[in-house]
Design a binder for this molecule. Structure first.
Ligand code: PEP
Ligand code: MN
Length: 335
């Protein structure tokens, strides 16, 4: 059973509940408490007298489902899903300090606050570049910090979670291939670090939201959904960007929804049109692969935008973000 308890009554109520057997999510206006199936609301608590709201027991994903409860997701000091478009950009893989410094400078120039970069890479072939591992993770955090950026890095192995937390990255990316790695989801759910949860290559929206619920059910409500294209029958591009998933996910949940047009496109020439379509459809942000010398990238070189191409896209996005049907506030891109 899921109950919502307003802040003013929460202490009293928490004392009456066996909190060790409940999962708790904090919200600005109160707390969501999930009571395991075998627990019931203590008789001493009266939903009418105290500010307890029993939420729909039959929701498949009650914690991430759309509610009127104010809910903020933040990476560092930046709020996602507040109507301003946020951009996350950087290389597919961390390759060198110089590569990251050049990237960080470009992000600074464009007023972008988030830098992505993979240190442990999920590659289809075991003979492809696997990432710089711990050195890459450290480089990401050091360079990001030096340039006042928030580092976002993919975590594949639950055994490395503490290493990621110690490194101090601002958010963890759970990649497509791990969307249903439930032990990994539970582990990040037990932390407070923001999680960017990519949609699985062939996952339904419901499976994606249930994966998010796994994280929330452990107490971590700092979840950002990321649509990155799904497998289709079409071979002329890498994945089919599911534009429809953006309004569906936003309607179903209170979580910010961002879009990765790079892994959908698989080709640089398609990244900009997909990015614009995503913003027009209501995406709260974009995650884009860029590289100082795309042709030399050690992974995903066919989809990496050059700095010039990226700059041009950012310019165009400012115009789309002002379109009447788009969310208000393009300030973040104005800077
Ligand atoms: C990535 O972001 O580099 C990546 C591997 O993405 P995805 O999990 O969407 O394939
Ligand atoms: Mn990539």
């Amino acid at each position: 059973m899921l109950i919502f308890v307003a802040n003013k009554d929460s202490q009293l109520i928490m004392e009456s509940l066996k909190t060790e057997q409940s999962f708790v999510c904090r919200h600005p206006e109160g707390q969501l408490i999930y009571l395991a199936e075998h627990l019931s609301l203590p008789a001493s608590l009266n939903p009418h007298r105290q500010a307890i709201e029993i939420l729909d027991k039959h929701d498949d994903y009650p914690l991430v489902a759309k509610r009127n409860i104010a809910h903020e997701v933040k990476i560092g000091d930046v709020t996602l899903g507040d109507g301003k478009l946020q951009l996350i950009a950087g290389p597919c893989s961390v390759e060198s300090e110089d590569q990251l410094i050049e990237t960080a400078k470009q992000l600074n120039k464009l007023g972008i606050k988030f830098m992505r970069g993979g240190a442990y890479k999920p590659r289809t072939s075991p003979y492809s570049f696997q990432g710089l591992g711990h050195d890459g993770l450290k480089l990401m955090q050091d360079v990001a910090k030096m340039h006042d950026l928030h580092a976002i890095v993919e975590l594949m192995d639950v055994r490395l979670l503490d290493t990621f937390l110690e490194a101090g990255v601002s958010a963890i990316q759970i990649g497509s291939r791990n969307m249903q790695n439930y032990d990994l989801l539970k582990a990040v759910g037990r932390t407070k670090i923001p999680v960017i949860l990519k949609r699985g290559l062939a996952a339904t929206i419901k499976e994606w939201l249930l994966a998010a619920e796994y994280i929330a059910a452990q107490g971590n409500s700092q979840i950002i959904l990321c649509e990155r294209g799904v497998r289709s029958f079409e071979p002329s591009y890498r994945n089919m960007l599911d534009i429809t998933a953006i309004p569906v996910a936003k309607k179903e949940t209170h979580l910010p929804v961002i879009v990765d047009p790079s892994h959908a496109a698989g080709r640089t020439d398609l990244v900009a049109p997909l990015a614009k379509a995503a913003v027009a459809a209501g995406a709260d942000g974009l995650l884009i692969e860029i590289h100082p010398q795309p042709s030399k990238a050690l992974s995903d070189k066919d989809q990496a935008l050059s700095f010039n191409e990226f700059e041009e896209l950012v310019r165009d996005l400012k115009l789309i973000n002002r379109a009447p049907h788009a969310s208000e506030g393009s300030d973040e891109l104005e800077k």
